[in-house]
Design a protein around this ligand. Structure first.
Ligand code: PLP
Length: 368
């Protein structure tokens, strides 16, 4: 193949649709600080996601970092190392200690059966990740959190529009963070949200993203600045109109990969989870070099030589980052370590041509 294919391509509305959406901002000159677009997007997302409460943020990371802050956690937080840097950094930047739990072989989410042995009297929360849009074992996790009196906070960055038993996935746990980054299924260029069902969180989140300011005379918390601006919100309003069509197109691409790669010895393809309505965010493939005949790294290099940019998501484990050197041992989570060394996420976006999917699969299967 001789064209450049990136792992993802941001969804955008038609230029004119966006221009129409932002035109009134030139009348009001109200560009940020919870303006009309912010309010409208918040309302529409609540309806779309089926969540009782939602606060918008400038990005997913700040949403998670500030959510952990208002939850007033202390000590240790049990989480997964098989994730994007953001999850672990948000914990550490709150002065908390991440305790890494291993993941499940089949869907790569945190292994609920291994959590209890990690709980100490310092544990205050569990922060699992619905990685690749795969839904965690939400019932088991709720049960553990309740029995030990722990907060349960989900990184649902990959999960926009995913449902479990007909319930929007952001409804599980005490709260969930969503990311609307340009590379995600739904984007506001940069953006994010916290979804919650506890009304008390609404004000806390609202204040913390605006310096803790309650009114002109009262500053209640040591907040920061993580407000979503009107241009980002307007992008979200436009993209939300098309997101179902985008997900439907992703499904076609995803199914083509399944068709081409299913049954190939040595390849592990994404699982289908019972009761889950997917959003087709990612297509992770795990390579068993013994059986497939080639390592993940080798396949990655061959794809790159053809202009195809797959990603080694999530490698390295966050517990192996150099900024955490000496603090954690990636070997404590052997399943996560093995998966991180053998997984490749293939290009997947709504208008990836099926011929390109076929071409990518041919390169993979050609072997060296
Ligand atoms: C994208 C992502 C985030 C952070 O979201 P941003 O909007 O980019 O700040 C957090 N966690 C995971 C798992 C992600 O993939």
């Amino acid at each position: 193949m001789n064209k450049n294919i990136l792992v993802t391509r941001s969804s955008m509305p038609d230029f004119d649709e966006y221009i129409d959406e932002i035109r009134e901002l030139w009348d009001t000159h109200w560009l940020t600080n919870m303006g009309v677009k912010h309010q409208e997007l918040e309302r529409e997302l609540k309806a779309y996601l089926g969540v009782p409460g939602l606060q918008l943020f400038t990005n997913g990371h700040m949403a998670l970092e500030m959510l952990l802050q208002v939850m007033k956690l202390e000590g240790e937080v049990i989480t997964t190392p098989f994730t994007f840097a953001s999850t672990t950094h948000a914990i550490v930047r709150n002065g908390l200690t991440p305790v890494f739990c291993d993941i499940r072989e089949d869907d790569y989410t945190i292994d609920a059966d291994k959590i209890e042995s990690l709980i100490t009297d310092k544990t205050s929360a569990i922060v699992p990740v619905h990685v690749y849009g795969n839904v965690c074992e939400v019932e088991k996790l709720r049960d553990i959190a309740d029995r030990y009196g722990l907060k349960l906070i989900y990184d649902a960055a990959h999960c926009f529009g995913v449902k479990y038993k007909d319930n929007g996935v952001a409804n599980f746990g005490d709260a969930s963070m969503l990311s609307f980054h340009a590379t995600k299924v739904f984007n506001t260029i940069e953006g994010g949200a916290v979804c919650f069902n506890n009304e008390a969180l609404r004000d806390e989140l609202y204040f913390v993203k605006n310096f803790g300011i309650v009114d002109e005379l009262h500053v209640k918390t040591v907040g920061g600045n993580a407000k979503m601006n009107e241009f980002a919100a307007a992008m979200g309003i436009c993209n939300l109109r098309h997101v179902d069509a985008e997900i439907a197109k992703r499904k076609i691409v995803y199914e083509r990969y399944m068709e081409r790669l299913d049954g190939v010895p040595g390849l592990k393809l994404p699982v289908t989870q019972p009761f889950v309505k997917k959003n087709y965010a990612y297509f992770p493939v795990v390579f068993d070099p013994e059986v497939f005949g080639e390592s993940r790294d080798r396949v990655y290099d061959r794809l790159l030589a053809e202009g195809i940019h797959a990603r080694k998501y999530f490698y390295p484990l966050t517990s192996a980052f150099e900024c955490y050197e000496g603090h954690f041992d990636p070997k404590d989570t052997p399943v996560a370590l093995k998966i991180s060394e053998s997984v490749l996420t293939l290009p997947l976006y709504s208008d990836l041509a099926l011929e390109d999917v076929d071409g990518i699969c041919e390169v993979i299967l050609r072997r060296a």
